[in-house]
Design a protein around this ligand. Structure first.
Ligand SMILES: [Ca+2]
Ligand SMILES: [Ca+2]
Length: 273
């Protein structure tokens, strides 16, 4: 049911609107999806002791699912202990060429980039093997710096470096990106950023640029079903206003515009299950 929950706040506003203006029998539901630029999906599994169950797919359903406005989480360096989380989204390159990705985490994290817009074709391209403070792209608290960058990441202790020439990408094409992260105790954070291959590495402490127009997720489009004829429950004639003025106010309801347009970005995306 997670595909519905991303618009619960919008549906909630609609429910309040329909109950007030149309009566309690008016109902709403949600279906399909709509592309939302500038968001990533964050999933959290609490009471974990390692990253392995998340990587293997045996961890089960997340305890928390929400949308975040950049490819990062817990950047205040403390969001609890003993949890796994996953940030995922679609990356759409602004120009064609080869790309380099960086990750940073406390504790460990694995960064995957797909050859297309599906998780099925994701490839491990970088890792935090120890821990780092937020946005430390080329430094660590412990672990191996070279593993944090896809240009230098190696799956076999340096025998091969499969993405030394960057990851070839085509402008406007959608690529699925995912980082899986584990936090045991102490500080915790996880971030991902990118550069064009050959560009200077991002400075430590600089925020991710994996946000805005190059980032997005699909969230459900809302559909409204009215099950009874609309009626005005509380005309305001006693206050000197006509029912016509009431109808004008309801037509201008921002809640109604949000839901029927299907393109307005939700302002609150906290969800569960
Ligand atoms: Ca912590
Ligand atoms: Ca930690």
């Amino acid at each position: 049911m997670r595909t519905k929950t991303l618009v619960i706040s919008t549906i909630g506003a609609l429910a309040a609107y329909t109950t007030q203006v149309l009566g309690p029998a008016a109902m709403a539901d949600a279906q399909q999806s709509v592309w939302e630029t500038g968001w990533a999906k964050l999933e959290v599994w609490q009471n974990q002791t390692a990253l392995s169950n998340l990587i293997s797919g045996s961890i089960g359903n997340p305890d928390i699912v929400e949308a975040v406005p950049a490819f990062e989480s817990s950047t205040n360096n403390e969001a609890g202990d003993n949890y796994d989380n996953r940030v995922s989204a679609i990356f759409i390159p602004a120009s064609s060429g080869n790309y380099t990705f960086y990750t940073c985490g406390d504790d460990q994290c694995d960064l995957f980039v797909s050859i297309d817009d599906t998780p099925a074709n994701k490839r491990l391209v970088a890792q935090e093997t120890g821990w780092s403070n937020p946005w430390q792209w080329t430094a660590v608290g412990s672990g191996t710096v070279s593993q944090k960058c896809s240009d230098t990441w190696s799956p076999d202790s340096g025998v091969t470096v499969p993405y030394a020439d960057g990851l070839a990408m085509t402008v406007g094409t959608k690529y699925y990106v995912e980082v899986d992260h584990y936090e045991g105790g102490g500080g915790d954070n996880v971030e991902v950023t990118f550069t064009k291959h050959g560009d200077p590495s991002p400075s430590n402490g600089t925020d991710t640029v994996l946000l805005g127009n190059v980032l997005g997720i699909s969230v459900p489009r809302s559909r409204v079903t009215i099950n009874q004829a609309p009626t005005i429950l509380t005309p305001c004639r006693s206050l000197g206003r006509s029912s016509r003025s009431t109808r004008r106010r309801t037509r201008r309801s921002p809640s109604a515009r949000q839901v029927t347009s299907g393109t307005t970005r939700p302002t609150s995306l906290s969800i569960s299950g």
